[in-house]
Design a protein around this ligand. Structure first.
Ligand code: 5GP
Ligand code: MG
Length: 191
């Protein structure tokens, strides 16, 4: 079935404003929580390690991190889900290793969208095993009505209804990631 863009759910301006608010909030909270001389620092003092989940968070992380005046490093992880696996908890494949040396670090996982919750919960569990100093998560979009695993993100850009969305990094079959807006899709021939 071919799909085409239905309508703009979040335009560039709304996304930009919200990403900027998220960045401010994360930085403010980080400074309050970790501050000067807190644990989890690098050689230059307190620092944050961002772990973006590729490929969907590519645009989000780029916009977000440039508005966060913190000492930070970034180590991406890539995960793909493959349908048809025997159990729900087993249908995730981590395709790139986690960054090294997460022990004692303040880590923030960044993903495009929280849907069933399986991806975030899986990555969270893997990172938690590395004994980070703290572990938080930030997602641009959240579809709470779709949740199958009990999990919430610490920072959420927008709660959206149960619709399949593309753009701003999110794809349909690999396409549409370059759209600057978040849009819904329409099945061809439906209208
Ligand atoms: P979860 O593991 O929470 O079910 O799914 C998270 C992943 O599923 C996201 O990182 C994203 O890759 C994909 N996903 C979930 N909902 C959507 C959607 O509406 N549009 C797109 N393009 N991807 C989605
Ligand atoms: Mg994804």
């Amino acid at each position: 079935m071919s799909m085409r863009i239905d309508r703009v759910l979040l335009d560039r301006q709304r996304i930009a404003v919200r990403v900027s608010e998220l960045a401010d909030q994360i930085v403010e909270d980080f400074n309050a929580r970790v501050g000067n001389g807190g644990s989890g620092g690098g050689p230059n003092g307190p620092e944050l390690t961002l772990v973006p989940v590729m490929t969907g968070s590519v645009i989000f992380i780029a916009d977000l991190m440039r508005q966060m005046p913190l000492m930070m490093r970034i180590g991406m992880v890539s995960v793909s889900s493959y349908p048809g696996a025997s159990t729900e908890s087993q249908n995730l494949e981590v395709k790139s290793p986690l960054p090294d040396n997460l022990a004692g670090r303040h880590v923030m996982i960044v993903d495009d969208i929280l849907d069933s919750g399986r991806t975030l919960s899986h990555i969270k569990q893997m990172i938690a095993e590395r004994n980070p100093a703290s572990l938080q998560s930030c997602v641009l979009l959240d579809k709470p009505s779709r949740r199958q695993v009990e999990i919430t993100a610490d920072y959420v850009g927008f709660e959206i209804p149960d619709a399949f969305v593309v753009g701003y990094g999110l794809d349909y079959d690999g396409y549409y990631r370059n759209l600057p807006e978040v849009c819904t899709l329409l099945a061809e021939g439906k209208r």
